[in-house]
Design a protein around this ligand. Structure first.
Ligand code: HEC
Ligand code: HEC
Length: 337
């Protein structure tokens, strides 16, 4: 027998032995956090169901960014919502410099540095790694509907498709596709800022039976639910006079946020721009209690009516600080003069 025929089987038998010592799990920077959690036995329950025919992450991406997708049999579907796409209200990139707090002022700095809009909905980046959705005060707005969404990402997507986007429910293959897309924009290990010791601890846990501490360590590095505090505008109107304000910060709010939807009526029938005329209009309405007052629009949102289904989501305290709203007012007042 030729030598190489003998060597082959020997090498195959030897390979696992030769590499045994090096065969430890290495936590790479670009690993998905939710996938590492799965490996550690912390199964979220929203791993995509691969049995659904015709679902894919690229279809999910299309639905998320354009509202449309073509089904496997080539049929174009009705647009998910006449008024919005998911990106009207949600970023798909990281948007917080420190993942363990929800701080709108730090988020604004991050948005400016990374050219992102500043929105009412939380980013979908890392959504699959969170545990809780529609948190805290959202129960006041959606009541029992929150039950199906609070601990279930599929439920959260459907709630938002119907209630936030004012559109239709997603079909099974569309829902599974959106989920697959969300898995592609998960938090990455590098986002967590783990120390070398922490990484080594997680790597060694992946080899062992007990993994609970590693799961807790990973989950302590970011918010597992996006906090939500609702406010009423009255207190803010009253405290304005005693606040120091910053016109530049107000301009940032106006441009990164309001104009994202209102510039050239992008996602809204109501047009906003930076002309003096528009600023004068917003200034006159400011102190009123009608829908055109920035206080009402920001803290209560604008509800849909039977003739006009589109609506504006309100800003929670975590999405716009008291200071930012005061700054917005100062900017509008300054520009109106
Ligand atoms: C008009 C604005 C708007 C549109 C359009 C919209 N959303 Fe939302 N969405 C929100 C708001 C506001 C919340 C409240 C909770 C949060 O994100 O902090 C939310 C929450 C969510 C949540 C739960 C997030 C969390 O961590 O609590 C998911 C998931 C979600 N939306 C998915 C979608 C998908 C998918 C679409 C497109 C089909 C969509 N949304 C369209 C505004 C919107
Ligand atoms: C996610 C998109 C979005 C963002 C961001 C947004 N709006 Fe709106 N806004 C809407 C929609 C949709 C309506 C509903 C009425 C419509 O379609 O014109 C609306 C309505 C309004 C109205 C009442 C208009 C009316 O005809 O009743 C005002 C005033 C307003 N917005 C101001 C603001 C200000 C100020 C900001 C920034 C702090 C802002 N909006 C940010 C989408 C948005």
């Amino acid at each position: 027998m030729k030598l190489r025929f003998l060597l082959f089987p020997i090498l195959i038998i030897l390979t696992p032995l030769l590499f045994e010592d090096d065969n430890v799990f290495v936590l790479e920077d670009d690993y998905s956090v939710a996938k590492v959690l799965e490996k550690l036995g912390d199964n979220s329950g929203w791993y995509p169901n691969k049995d659904i025919v015709g679902a894919s992450s690229s279809i999910g991406r299309d639905i998320f960014h354009t509202g449309f997708a073509t089904s496997i049999d080539g049929k174009d579907q009705r647009k998910q919502s006449k008024h919005f796409v998911c990106t009207s209200c949600h970023n798909v990139e990281r948007e917080d410099p420190d993942l363990t707090v929800s701080d709108p002022e730090a988020r604004m700095d991050y948005a400016l540095a990374n050219d992102l809009p500043f929105l009412q909905g939380t980013t979908m980046y890392g959504a699959v790694s969170r545990r809780y959705y529609y948190n805290d005060d959202y129960i006041k707005k959606y009541g029992d509907l929150v039950e199906a969404a609070r601990n279930d990402l599929r439920g959260a997507i459907q709630l938002c498709a119907v209630e936030c986007a004012q559109g239709r429910e997603l079909k099974d293959w569309e829902l599974e596709s959106v989920l697959m897309y969300l898995w592609t924009i998960d938090l990455k290990i590098k986002d967590l800022g783990l120390s070398d010791e922490e990484k080594a601890f997680i790597e060694s846990s992946l080899e062992e039976e007990s993994t609970l501490e590693a799961v807790e360590l990973i989950r302590s590095k970011y918010l597992n639910g996006s906090p939500a505090t609702f406010l009423t505008p009255d207190h803010e109107r009253a405290s304005y006079a005693s606040m120091d304000t910053d016109i530049n910060s107000g301009r940032d709010v106006y441009i990164q946020s309001c104009l994202h939807c209102h510039d050239s009526q992008r996602y809204s029938y109501f047009n906003l721009d930076t002309t003096k005329l528009t600023m004068k209009y917003l200034k006159t309405k400011m102190e009123t209690y009608g829908d055109h007052s920035i206080y009402q629009a920001v803290r209560y949102g604008i509800y849909s009516t039977s003739g006009r289904r589109s609506y504006m989501p309100h800003y929670t305290l975590e999405k716009m600080s008291l200071q930012q709203l005061a700054d917005l007012r100062a900017y509008i007042t300054y520009r109106a003069e």
